[in-house]
Design a protein around this ligand. Structure first.
Ligand SMILES: C[S@@+](CC[C@H](N)C(=O)[O-])C[C@H]1O[C@@H](n2cnc3c(N)ncnc32)[C@H](O)[C@@H]1O
Length: 241
């Protein structure tokens, strides 16, 4: 039996999402054929050949036209979770062309109504070109999606320093691994009890995420962690300080 898609959205939005996931997967297939898999290993290889700063620049250049969208089933899980939690304030670390953001925005648009609360999806992208294209996809989705997204263009370690909601329900970490822990530390003072952190690729990217995972899994961290069995792992950390 075909997998059930939980996402409630107009047909043109569902069609756009399918097309964007398809393009993202096609790009990833080419990258892995060339053994240029998006991973800390690849960044590590570059660091062997260049200085750390140059390696990061080379990596960013290679990724400039790449979606690297969160897998469709993980996006659907985040969408379901937002509904289950009644989450209205969501932060996305790493937006790229804004595919996962569409799911977060559809869900928050719905929970805002059912919870009778204001709410926002804060999206973050360092590359202006990527951010501009993301905006065109959100515009195609319509005002329901566009209207709940607060896009912050620039380094998220700076753009998340101000104007965060007092209470954050969910943080999606879909960002280069070394940025994950510093991002969490910026957002943590705003997390409500029961807030959720979702981190992508925590099995395949475990080495790159070592600092984050050590921090989250410390018995005194206040986080209760589970690696969900999606492809490459998807960490769900519940904040229960
Ligand atoms: C894995 S992609 C995000 C994919 C996106 N969540 C989706 O599903 O479509 C990670 C993104 O983080 C962006 N990024 C990297 N460093 C950043 C930084 N310091 N601040 C903000 N964004 C950054 C990259 O440009 C890249 O587009």
């Amino acid at each position: 039996m075909a997998a059930v898609n939980p996402v409630r959205a107009p047909q043109h939005v569902l069609t756009l999402l399918s097309e964007l996931h398809k393009k993202s997967l096609e790009q990833e297939a080419v990258l892995s054929q060339k053994k240029r898999v998006f991973s800390s290993d690849f960044l590590g290889d570059l660091e062997d050949q260049h200085s750390k700063a140059t390696a990061r620049e080379e990596f960013d250049k290679l990724m400039l036209d790449k979606f690297i969208a969160l897998d469709e089933d993980k996006c659907q899980f985040a969408y379901q979770l937002i509904h289950a939690m009644g989450a209205t304030n969501v932060i996305e670390a790493g937006t790229s062309f804004g595919v996962s953001t569409i799911y977060l925005a559809l869900a928050v648009a719905s929970t805002k109504v059912t919870m009778g609360k204001p709410g926002t999806v804060i999206a973050t992208e360092k590359e202006d070109e990527k951010a501009q294209l993301a905006k065109t996809y959100w515009a195609q989705c319509g005002p329901e999606v566009e209207g709940v997204i607060d896009l912050r263009v620039g380094d998220l370690l700076e753009t998340l320093q101000s104007d965060l909601p007092q209470v954050v329900d969910l943080l999606l970490l879909d960002i280069w691994a070394p940025l994950a822990l510093p991002t969490l530390k910026i957002v943590q003072p705003h997390l409500r009890r029961g807030a959720v952190i979702l981190t992508d690729n925590t099995i395949s990217g475990a080495a790159g995420y070592a600092a984050l995972l050590t921090y989250l899994r410390d018995p005194h961290s206040g986080f209760q962690n589970m690696t969900l069995p999606f492809t490459n792992g998807f960490e769900m950390s519940v904040y229960l300080p």
